[in-house]
Design a protein around this ligand. Structure first.
Ligand SMILES: Cc1cc2nc3c(=O)[nH]c(=O)nc-3n(C[C@H](O)[C@H](O)[C@H](O)COP(=O)(O)OP(=O)(O)OC[C@H]3O[C@@H](n4cnc5c(N)ncnc54)[C@H](O)[C@@H]3O)c2cc1C
Length: 442
């Protein structure tokens, strides 16, 4: 049964990072009425690349070509890791569902296959990831040559173009950094049409400007004479915001070669696109969003089986109730966890946080220690149904779930599994949550 009163919902999702977005999306797809509270801060920093699992064990920095082989190793060697607790078939379905929804909102991803891809970054390094936006995939295809079993095999000749005044992206720097591995990489710089007198450019402004046909045509006309024998062209992520697909297609048609984007620094155009697409999907599926609000207090009523959330940041305040709650509040940067001299605390309910025994054990002596810092594996422990535990080791409330980076026993930054952790645990928890609401479990 769905919520009938305006302020009463099946599910309340606290948090609007990748995990909260995925949880709200999956709830709506299951036909559950849903309210989501929180700002999309974390998503704005995203590169648009959806990592599943690129590195395992993190201490060895071993990179995997197949994220599913990496997941199998993780399940054997680190069974408490949240990603190891979700079956691979569900992870694949979760990713497919997530990128399909983004595609419906105009943010297309390349078809997902069994392998990780390599993508060029704006500092000339290669990033291993799983889900690649369509506008970036020609670069990943070119880089496949680096992993080809039969050497010698070099990527195709490629022209990288940047714009005078766009400080966050230097085509020359990328080409220089990669010269040994990608000898056919050359670079060029143009003035961005209409911004010739502007000393400092920002990718988001250029992306918006390229959504107008005239600026687009003038930009393509400036790049065309630089092509030479280049077989593809790389640009910073400026090919449109909401109309990325159309702008990207126009560049490929106008230049006559595949064109790819290289993610720029946060706050990034890919992050803005992702946030825009997720908001479109949520709104189309009826998710109520409180973007500027935060949950001040959360209480549970055992008699009615409902949770009550008191919101700040809404004029006059607001109180909503829900039959189930998903905690997707992140770690320290998301504010799901706070740290002080006494230790690490969960911010809303004061749930027990799995953490090192003392502050001295939070960090290794060497900041760059390959085994990482224990504090980055702190977080909530849950039962098999993704319900965070109270001091007695029992679920804190039968229909309170935790997803994403607030979970313990993982270091997503070092394992390169940020989106994977968010999407997979949101999917798995939503399955349990739906079962609970439909009375399929005890
Ligand atoms: C710079 C950067 C680059 C990244 N690049 C990649 C990448 O290339 N590929 C990839 O896969 N992943 C990447 N990630 C990681 C990924 O996108 C997610 O940030 C990460 O998985 C954590 O997501 P999360 O939703 O668990 O937490 P967060 O993103 O931290 O979100 C927590 C949310 O909870 C909200 N919140 C907290 N307390 C409250 C409260 N009381 N009431 C309401 N709301 C509250 C916050 O406002 C926020 O919306 C990157 C992250 C960062 C920061």
């Amino acid at each position: 049964m769905t919520g009938e009163r305006r302020n009463s919902f099946d599910v309340a999702v606290i948090g609007a990072g990748m995990a909260g977005m995925a949880a709200a999306l999956f709830a709506a797809q299951r036909g559950l009425s849903c309210i989501q509270v929180g700002s999309g801060g974390g998503v704005l920093f995203a590169s648009g690349l959806l990592d599943l699992l690129a590195v395992h064990p993190a201490a060895e920095g071993r990179q995997w070509q197949s994220p599913f082989a990496a997941l199998a190793a993780l399940a054997r060697e680190q069974p408490d890791h949240p990603l190891a607790r979700v079956d691979p078939a569900s992870i694949r379905t979760a990713f497919e569902t997530f990128v399909t929804a983004l595609g419906e909102a105009g943010l297309a991803y390349a078809p997902l296959d069994e392998r990780n891809r390599k993508v060029l970054t704006s500092i000339g390094t290669l990033k291993t990831t799983f889900g690649v936006p369509l506008s970036m995939v020609a670069g990943a295809n070119a880089l496949d040559a680096l992993d080809a079993p039969n050497t010698p095999n070099t990527p195709p000749r490629c022209l990288l173009v940047d714009f005078r005044g766009l400080r966050e992206f230097s085509a020359r720097q990328i080409a220089t950094t990669l010269a040994d591995r990608w000898p056919g990489l050359c670079h060029g710089r143009i003035e961005f049409p209409g911004f010739e007198d502007v000393p400092e450019l920002y990718a988001a402004h250029l992306a918006r400007a390229l959504e107008t046909g005239e600026t687009r045509d003038r930009t393509i006309a400036l790049i065309r004479p630089m092509l030479g024998d280049a077989q593809l062209v790389g640009l910073p992520t400026v090919l449109g915001l909401g109309r990325c697909r159309e702008v990207h297609a126009a560049f490929e048609a106008g230049l006559g070669v595949p064109v790819f984007e290289i993610p720029t620094m946060p706050t990034s155009v890919p992050g803005l696109r992702l946030l825009g697409a997720l908001e479109t999907v949520m709104s189309a599926r009826g998710v109520r969003r409180r973007r500027l609000a935060s949950v001040r207090a959360l209480a549970f009523d055992a008699n009615t089986g409902t949770a009550t959330l008191d919101l700040d940041g809404v004029p006059g305040g607001e109180r909503v109730s829900a039959r189930a709650v998903v905690l997707a509040t992140g770690r320290f940067s998301g504010r799901g966890l706070t740290a002080d001299r006494g230790g690490v605390r969960e911010s809303i309910l004061g749930l027990p946080v799995h953490q090192p025994a003392s502050r001295e054990a939070w960090h290794q002596r060497d900041f760059l220690d390959p085994s990482g810092h224990a504090i980055n594996r702190a977080g909530l422990r849950t039962d098999d149904a993704w319900r965070p535990l109270d001091m007695s080791g029992k679920p804190a409330w039968p229909r309170l779930f935790a997803v994403g980076s607030i979970l313990a026993d993982q270091d997503w930054m070092r394992s390169k599994c940020g989106s994977g952790l968010a999407i997979a645990t949101a999917w798995a928890a939503m399955q349990q949550l739906a079962d609970q609401l439909h009375g399929n479990t005890g």
